[in-house]
Write a protein that binds this ligand. Structure first.
Ligand SMILES: *Cc1c(COP(=O)(O)O)cnc(C)c1O
Length: 393
């Protein structure tokens, strides 16, 4: 497509992904884990909006065991691109998907008897012994077999010659808040199942429970593998969980000033005239709006220009937002503004934007729209290696 030509004029609003920071985050996570602990890189939803393929390639180099995904399409995209590492589909599969999973060596969670049988038959037909993970619901009531009903299902899997019980997993409802009562209850229920398996001499190579919050705050629940998502991307799952110094956000959102207006006292700005200038003001228009995933706010939030905060004024439009640059006289047409990320000593965090949206960091990362192009900057393999030499040894 012509859009990929190097000289195609890029839209002056984009997402920047610092792959050097991604690599550093992965190294810091790796260094924080016990040596023999495996980690699954969770790259569902285009790696939380960061681009699953780029993230997967770097995660393999940094020692990920495999990848956590949500949909069959996501997994097939990585396989088609030549990723051969284990791909674990985290949700529940429809029977019609199982043949594709077996054909392309995708690892599925089977959580009910009918699918166990169906998967076993397909595997036998392909002449394969396929690894499966059982997802055990220990209180979250989403996917998985109840903890107090899991044994018969697991025994059914073990009895199928074409299946190999590779993993047993659970998922926490709340692992990143100060109060770990419910997480500990869930882990106790999961441990009960694991003990019952040991008693029956059913061995499982990969027992896993922790997402980023659990990895940070529940070391007693690490077991054989942790499933790390948001932390890879440099975002801590909550404000109270443990910090790993040096972890930094990979994603920034930027735009260039596309118009500058001078306001006289009493003049108004934008749809609905939501802002009235209290005096003479100078404002900049940035060509990015709610059509790109920015929250639809009025007179709230801001951007960074020349390392200073420029408050957002008026209501945001589909394709534009306006900021007050009266106190940034050096700001000129096509200067760079940071919508999310760092500039100079200032930062607008994912959490700041989440507050404007009444939402969480996860949603902010995944809701930037596709028409914002992703631009990878590699703080460089070189920088990453220097880091490794200086900090990891
Ligand atoms: C998304 C997901 C994760 C990753 O969660 P983070 O909080 O982003 O680390 C782990 N396990 C399962 C089952 C998930 O669905």
């Amino acid at each position: 497509m012509k859009l990929h030509f190097e000289n195609f004029p890029q839209r002056p609003a984009w997402i920047e992904l610092d792959l050097g920071k991604l690599r550093r985050n992965l190294q810091l996570i790796r260094r924080d884990l016990p040596r023999d602990m495996k980690w699954l890189a969770v790259v569902k939803d285009e790696a939380y909006g960061h681009g699953a393929l780029d993230v997967a390639r770097i995660a393999i180099e940094e020692g990920a065991w495999g990848f956590g995904l949500s949909t069959l399409e996501e997994a097939m995209t990585l396989r088609d691109a030549g990723i051969t590492a284990p791909l674990l589909l985290l949700g529940e599969r429809r029977e019609t998907e199982l043949e594709w999973c077996v054909a392309h060596n995708l690892t599925v969670c089977v959580n009910e008897p009918h699918n166990v049988r169906a998967l076993a038959k397909i595997a036998a037909r392909f002449g394969k012994q396929v690894p499966v993970h059982v997802k055990i619901h220990t209180g979250m009531s989403r996917y998985g077999v109840r903890w107090d009903e899991a044994l018969p299902l697991i025994e059914q899997i073990v009895a199928e010659k074409s299946l190999r019980l590779e993993g047993v997993m659970t998922h926490f409802s709340q692992s990143d808040e100060t109060d770990k009562t419910f997480a500990n209850l869930q882990f106790a229920r999961f441990s009960e199942v694991l003990r019952a398996l040991e008693q029956r001499k059913i061995s499982v190579k990969l027992r896993h429970a922790c997402n980023s919050g659990g990895f940070l705050d529940l070391p007693h629940a690490h077991l054989d593998m942790v499933r790390v998502g948001i932390l890879m991307y440099g975002v801590f799952p909550s404000s109270v969980c443990r910090r790993i110094p040096g972890i930094e956000p990979v994603m920034s959102v930027k735009a260039r000033i596309a118009a500058i207006q001078k306001l006289k006292p009493g003049e108004v700005v934008g749809y609905g005239m939501r802002y009235t200038a209290p005096g003479e003001r100078r404002i900049a228009v940035l060509p990015i709006g709610y059509g790109d995933g920015f929250p639809r706010v009025r007179n709230q939030g801001g951007t960074l220009i020349h390392g200073k905060r420029a408050p957002l004024i008026g209501g945001i439009a589909m394709d534009a937002l306006m900021v007050d640059i009266t106190d940034i006289p050096e700001a000129q047409m096509w200067d760079e503004a940071v919508i999310m990320g760092r500039q100079g000593g200032e930062e607008i965090t994912v959490h700041d934007i989440a507050k404007l949206k009444n939402s969480v960091s996860y949603e902010v990362l995944t809701s930037w729209r596709l028409r914002l192009r992703r631009k990878s900057v590699d703080g460089g393999q070189k920088a990453a290696r220097q880091f490794e030499a200086a900090e990891l040894r």
